[in-house]
Design a protein around this ligand. Structure first.
Ligand code: S3P
Length: 167
């Protein structure tokens, strides 16, 4: 069993992923942490030193490695499904779940988040809202290719579990 959680920054993929992995007795992997460990640098460092295109290549490589892991729940980076054929690879090798959270909640959560995210660093509240609207519109068609969609990060895991089994 291999489950990929996808969705915008701040939608709660890691939190849900940890809960789901525990419930299903699977290993939880945060893809951003995996990239950081493999490259001996933080995500912000990779963006600053090499730029976004280089980060996307490292992300693609990480995903191709992780797509061979078994018994895992993987929380992917917010942009991961939207580059190369990453969403295709995820759909071919596992169960994809889109955590579909509205832009207002995302903005609120990202403003109060302590995680450093290079793409939104230094943005005012207004700039952040505009950035989310613009990028979410471009990313949605990729996210919507997921096999399952949920709109509630606190979803009842038994219910989610039955949906996964029904696939
Ligand atoms: C990104 C999301 C981040 C991280 C990187 C780029 C994006 O992951 O991969 O900063 O393009 O949306 P989270 O979704 O875990 O914040």
């Amino acid at each position: 069993m291999r489950i990929y959680l996808i969705g915008y920054m701040g939608c709660g993929k890691s939190t849900l992923g940890r809960r789901l992995a525990e419930k299903m007795n699977l290993q939880f992997i945060d893809m951003d942490e995996y990239i950081e460990e493999r490259n001996f640098r933080t995500i912000p460092q990779i963006f600053t030193e090499e730029g976004e295109p280089a980060f996307r290549l490292k992300e693609q490589k990480a995903l191709s490695e992780l797509s061979e892991f078994a018994g895992v729940v993987i929380a992917t980076g917010g942009g991961a499904p939207c580059f190369f054929d990453n969403i295709g690879l995820m759909n071919r090798t596992g169960i994809t779940i889109f955590l579909n959270i509205g832009p207002d909640i995302l903005a609120e959560r990202l403003l109060s988040s302590k995680t450093e995210r290079p793409l939104i660093k230094g943005k005012s509240k207004k700039e952040l809202a505009a950035f989310i609207d613009e990028t979410l519109q471009k990313r949605r068609p990729f996210y919507e290719q997921a096999k399952l969609q949920i709109t509630e990060p606190d979803i009842d895991l038994n219910f989610l579990f039955t949906q996964i089994e029904d696939l």
